[in-house]
Design a protein around this ligand. Structure first.
Ligand code: KG4
Ligand code: ZN
Length: 394
C-alpha cells in the first residue's frame, strides 16, 4: 500500500511517499520511498518571522512541483483512472493556481497509485494548513484514497521512532513494543512548548504548556535582538559554543518556582532586550562577539534550567519510564546534552529525533498517521476534514 504524507503547517512544504505491508502489527513493513522538503526560510527571513499569507502562497506554489518529484523518486505506478474534474475544481476553488497545476500534472503523467493520504490538519498557521488539507482532499478525489488527519504535535512525538538510516531499511520504525509507558514528551518548537504525558501510542494528555511565547519563538526573538537573522535558534546555539564564564550576565528563570507545569518565555526575551540596551549604552552600538556568545549561552542556560525543573517534577509525579524531546529546538545541543545528565540520574532512556527530523517534515506525519490508523482504523471523509489552527493533542 502506498501512502502520501503532507505537511504544510508552517514554513516547510513537505511531502513523502511510504509503503506499508500491513496495519495489523508493528513495524508494519514501513519503507520510505521518497521524502522531500522545501523550506521557505529565505522567503520569510526578510520579515524576521513567518508571515501566514506568504506561507500559504508558497505552499500553493511548491506543492505540485514537489509532488511531481516525490512520485518520480518513489517509482510508484501511474494509471489512467477517471476522476471528476468538477469535484476537484470545487475543492480547490480558492487555490486556482494549484488546481491548474494539478490537473495539468494528471493530464501529462496519469494518476499515481496512492492508496491513502495522511495530512497535518493542525495545529499551525490556519491559512498554511488549509492549503495542505485542500491538496489532500483534491488528491483523495483524484486517487480515490481515504484521508487520515494528523496532529502535527503527534508527528513530533513519533519522529523519534524513525531509525538512523531509515532510507535503507525495510522496516523504518524502532520496535514499538520496546517502549515502556508512561513516556513524557517535552515538545519544544517554534509554535509550542508542552509537556505531554504519553500513556500509550495514540493516547496523550497535555500536562503543561507555555502561557505566552514558545521556546523556539523566544530563541528567534532573542536572536533578532542580538542581530541574527530568522530563524535565529541555530545561530544562538552556534554563538553559545564560544561562550566563556561571565558572572556579569544574569537572566531570569521565569516560573521556575511556580510548582506547576506552565512555562513563560516572553519575560525572558524582554530581559535580554534590556540587557542588550544597557550593554550598548555602556560599550557602544556594536557588541563584540564574546559578549554576544556569553548572552546566548546565558539565555540557553535560563531556558534549559526551567525546562529541566518542570520535566524532573513530571518524571517524579507520573513515574515516567522514558523521556522524549522533540520539535525544532530538539536540535539544540546544549539542551539535549543537559537532559542526558537528567535521564541518567533517573536511569530512564532519552529519545531524540534524528537532527534532520527534528524540524518540520512529512515523515513524522506519515509515522503518526500510521500509528493512528493502526490504533483507531479511522479515516475522515474529504468533505469533513478541516484545518484547525489551535488543535490540541488528546
Ligand atoms: O518544529 P519546528 O521546525 O517548527 C514548528 O513546528 O514550530 O521548530 C522551529 C523552531 C524555530 O524557532 C527554530 O529557531 C528552532 O526551532 N530551532 C532551534 C535550533 N534549530 C531550530 N532552536 C534552538 N537551537 C537550535 N539548534
Ligand atoms: Zn513543528
Amino acid at each position: 500500500m502506498n501512502i502520501l504524507a503532507i505537511e504544510t503547517s508552517c514554513d516547510e512544504t513537505a511531502l513523502s511517499i511510504i509503503e506499508i505491508d500491513n496495519f495489523d502489527k508493528p513495524p508494519f513493513g514501513m519503507k520510505v520511498l521518497s521524502d522531500l522538503v522545501i523550506s521557505q526560510i529565505n522567503v520569510h527571513a526578510e520579515y524576521g518571522g513567518v508571515f501566514p499569507a506568504l506561507a500559504k502562497r508558497e505552499h500553493a506554489k511548491n506543492l505540485v512541483p514537489l509532488f511531481t518529484q516525490v512520485v518520480q523518486e518513489s517509482k510508484i505506478k501511474l494509471t489512467t483512472k477517471e476522476y471528476s474534474e468538477d469535484v476537484v475544481k470545487n475543492i480547490l476553488e480558492r487555490e486556482s493556481e494549484l488546481f491548474d497545476a494539478l490537473i495539468e500534472y494528471t493530464k501529462q503523467n496519469g494518476i499515481p497509485t496512492i492508496d491513502m493520504i495522511m495530512v497535518t490538519h493542525g495545529p499551525g498557521l490556519t491559512p498554511a494548513l488549509w492549503v495542505g488539507v485542500n491538496f489532500a482532499r483534491a488528491l483523495s478525489e483524484i486517487c480515490n484514497a481515504p484521508i487520515i488527519p494528523v496532529n502535527h504535535m503527534e508527528g513530533h512525538i513519533t519522529s523519534i521512532l524513525l531509525r538512523d538510516d531509515y532510507k535503507n531499511q525495510t522496516n523504518v520504525l524502532y520496535p514499538l513494543e520496546t517502549f515502556q509507558f508512561p513516556l513524557l514528551a517535552l515538545l519544544i518548537s517554534g509554535g509550542h512548548t508542552q509537556l505531554v504525558l504519553v500513556k500509550n501510542w495514540g493516547e496523550y494528555e497535555i500536562i503543561g504548556e507555555t502561557i505566552d511565547d514558545a521556546v523556539g519563538e523566544a530563541f528567534d526573538k532573542v536572536a533578532r535582538i542580538l542581530g541574527m537573522e530568522y530563524p535565529g535558534g541555530p545561530k544562538i546555539s552556534r554563538a553559545g559554543e564560544d561562550a566563556i564564564p561571565d558572572t556579569s550576565i544574569n537572566l531570569p528563570r521565569p516560573m521556575i518556582h511556580s510548582g506547576d507545569y506552565r512555562f513563560s518565555f516572553s519575560g525572558l526575551k524582554t530581559a535580554v532586550r534590556y540587557l542588550v540596551e544597557n550593554l550598548k549604552k555602556e560599550k557602544g552600538e556594536k557588541l563584540d562577539h564574546q559578549i554576544i556568545a556569553n548572552i546566548a549561552r546565558e539565555f540557553e542556560c535560563a531556558v534549559t534550567e526551567v525546562l529541566i525543573k518542570k520535566t524532573k517534577q513530571a518524571i517524579e509525579e507520573y513515574n515516567i519510564k522514558g523521556l522524549i524531546i522533540a520539535g525544532g529546538v530538539a536540535a539544540n545541543n546544549f539542551i539535549t546534552e543537559s537532559f542526558k545528565i537528567v535521564v541518567n540520574d533517573y536511569d530512564i532512556p532519552l529519545y531524540l529525533p534524528l537532527k534532520k527530523l527534528s524540524g518540520d517534515n512529512s515523515l513524522m506525519i506519515a509515522t503518526a498517521g500510521v500509528i493512528n490508523y493502526w490504533k483507531k482504523k479511522e479515516t475522515i471523509d474529504k468533505e469533513k476534514i478541516t484545518a484547525i489552527g489551535n488543535l490540541k493533542l488528546s
